[in-house]
Design a protein around this ligand. Structure first.
Ligand SMILES: Nc1ncnc2c1ncn2[C@@H]1O[C@H](COP(=O)(O)OP(=O)(O)O)[C@@H](O)[C@H]1O
Ligand SMILES: [Mg+2]
Length: 311
């Protein structure tokens, strides 16, 4: 039994004018203790995938598919059952940009207390809060402070501690290092590594593959709402199969080799009008006639690739 198994997951946002199909038929799995990195250009559906995993998509909804968490189909649970037993308790999320939405008029301690009250937590508040603060390597003196008194790195640690408060097994971290300077980024990555060692699984959402390679043994590459390639990080870095994956790996500048980064020309398609064939067709150097047909999910050594090249 996989720790997490996502099958054919689709989600959309209905707006007054149109539906945006932000997630289309996404599948992947993780074994116990494994972490996954989700990479892809802006607006390809990474955040929507994370939000789907905690069943909390503001303005949107899951259309179809299933998520098995430790074998349990969590999309079949009622909202109250999921909220009582899973959300924040087993599955938590560090929201994109959350460090900028700490409430300026309350101390950090008050904000932790508020979260526990919202969860109707009955145990010892202080113990849980001190555990959480210690788990992100902060001194308890931060609890008396207000957000403006903390550095960006400390605020990000607080936001991570808030997600860890009820000791979840699976944490979705949505761009947790974006907007931090390089040294602080490295500290946050080290913190995530430490949490991983303690047994937590992480879904690390980032457009930065270098950061993902430090944490995740699996990688999913998203393009225009689809997970176009999924597998072991080592396989994908060594032998990327999807032309989009190849493109993003070639676009990373390297200091060591004297190789110019290449850029993928063109822009992703509009998710309000998804085309029927391969969504990368317009930008792909290998496009063929049959790419106008929906690409198959072809098995690779450790996952799958959605590309006709490997048929
Ligand atoms: N609340 C919303 N209403 C309508 N469309 C949305 C909403 N949130 C996200 N989208 C659209 O869904 C798509 C995927 O967005 P998102 O999951 O945030 O991507 P990413 O995290 O990869 O940048 C984008 O086209 C985005 O504009
Ligand atoms: Mg996002």
């Amino acid at each position: 039994m996989s720790f997490i198994k996502v099958e054919n997951l689709s989600a959309k946002y209905d707006t007054s004018k149109r539906s945006v199909h932000a997630l289309d038929d996404v599948s992947f799995f993780l074994e116990s203790g494994e972490s996954v990195g989700i990479a892809g250009e802006s607006a390809c559906g990474k955040t929507t995938l994370g939000l789907s995993m905690i069943r909390m998509i503001p303005g949107g909804k899951i259309e179809s598919g299933s998520i098995l968490f430790e074998g349990k189909p969590i999309l079949d649970l009622s909202e109250s059952e999921f909220d009582k037993n899973y959300r924040w308790k087993k599955i938590a999320m560090i929201f994109q940009g959350a460090m900028n939405s700490l409430d300026p008029v309350f101390t950090i301690k008050d904000q932790f207390v508020e979260i526990l009250k919202q969860h109707h937590y009955k145990g010892d508040f202080d113990k849980l809060i001190l555990d959480a603060v210690a788990s992100v390597s902060l001194d308890e003196s931060v609890l008396k402070k207000y957000p403006h008194e903390l550095s960006g790195g400390m605020k990000q640690r607080i936001v991570i501690a808030m997600a860890l408060l009820l000791k979840p097994k699976f944490v979705i971290a949505d761009e947790p290092t974006t907007a931090l300077d390089v040294l602080v980024q490295a500290q946050i990555i080290n913190l995530l590594k430490k949490l991983k060692k303690s047994g937590m699984s992480i879904m690390l959402i980032s457009h930065d593959l270098a950061i993902i390679s430090e944490i995740a043994e699996k990688i999913g590459i998203m393009y225009a709402g689809q997970l176009v390639e999924f597998g072991k990080s080592s396989d994908i870095f060594k032998n990327p199969k999807h032309p989009y994956t190849q493109g993003i790996l070639e676009s990373i500048p390297t200091l060591r080799e004297n190789k110019k980064p290449k850029f993928i020309k063109g822009i992703p398609p509009n998710l309000a009008e998804p085309q029927s064939g391969c969504r990368f067709i317009e930008r792909c150097p290998h496009a063929m006639e049959k790419c106008k047909k929906e690409p198959p999910k072809l098995k690779t050594d450790s996952g799958y690739v959605m590309c006709w090249l490997y048929e």
